[in-house]
Ligand binder design. Structure first.
Ligand SMILES: N[C@@H](CCC(=O)N[C@@H](CS)C(=O)NCC(=O)O)C(=O)O
Length: 247
């Protein structure tokens, strides 16, 4: 039996785990849910409150994206993402998980949630049970309100998150300034994968955007301007290159 990855398909932490599992050649199926509905699937699986959660072929529950990457290192077929001789890879991963991830998510939601058509597109992308997509469409105002309240999505929060995203991008830019190919040197590690995946909601790399995000027509100009500005930074260009070459 293949492993099962419980997700919110468009969640960037889920993208991080999915990327690592695919890269490691792990046989798995994705069990996607909309936000809030995901709690039921997580509870049934005996996981925590957040996605992603991996249920391995032998029934073990790995309930955090970083732990899923470590599991891939231990069980997969690819070079390790967090090699023992490069502790900086895991340190940077933790930093991005803690700061960049929530900030990029808040910025993405802040700009994209108001679009009714964009919301409908998210649901139409599939990957979640049909009944969830149908009821999500009907209950849109409630779902949007719950997401906004749960994640404190408002203009002040978005402004604070922009500062956090800029700080993460500056840190990545500073690391790359000596000409190194990857954040920890010449090897692709968890730091690179995590930065690219968690920045995806504000960088919109093709592989992520076309599969999970509303189309550009349903992205407000303010959001396009943000994406263009971030893409033009050294860190933004790096995130897009990592996607193009490794995803
Ligand atoms: N530290 C966790 C964070 C994952 C996370 O924040 N997941 C969000 C989706 S992007 C979630 O499940 N949110 C639901 C909730 O917090 O109630 C990880 O790396 O797996």
């Amino acid at each position: 039996m293949p492993a099962r990855l419980v997700t919110i398909p468009f969640s960037h932490y889920c993208e991080k785990a999915r990327w690592a599992l695919e890269r490691a050649g792990v046989d798995f199926v994705e069990d996607g849910h909309l936000p809030i509905y995901s709690y039921l699937a997580l509870r049934r699986a005996g996981a925590g409150r957040t996605v992603p959660a991996l249920i391995t072929a032998d029934g073990a529950v790995v309930a955090d994206s970083t732990d899923i990457l470590r599991w891939c290192d231990a069980h997969g077929r690819a070079a390790p993402l967090a090699p023992a001789d490069l502790p900086a890879a895991a340190e940077l991963e933790d930093d991005f998980d803690l700061h960049l991830g929530p900030a990029a998510r808040r910025l993405g939601y802040f700009h994209l949630l108001p679009s009714k058509r964009g919301f409908a597109e998210l649901l139409d992308r599939g990957g979640v049970p049909g009944w969830q997509a149908r009821s999500g469409r009907l209950a849109r105002p409630v779902v949007v309100r719950l997401i906004k309240r749960g994640l404190r999505i408002d203009a002040a929060g978005a402004a604070r998150s922009r500062v956090v995203v800029d700080a993460a991008f500056a840190k990545v830019g500073a690391l790359l300034a000596d000409g190194r190919r990857y954040l920890c040197g010449d090897r692709f590690t968890a730091a690179d994968l995590t930065f690219a995946a968690l920045a995806a909601p504000v960088l919109m790399p093709d592989a992520y955007a076309t599969a999970y995000m509303p189309s550009p027509a349903n992205q407000p100009p303010s959001f396009r301007a943000l994406v263009d500005e971030l893409r033009a930074t050294p860190a933004g260009a790096f995130g897009l290159r990592v996607y193009a070459e490794h995803r």
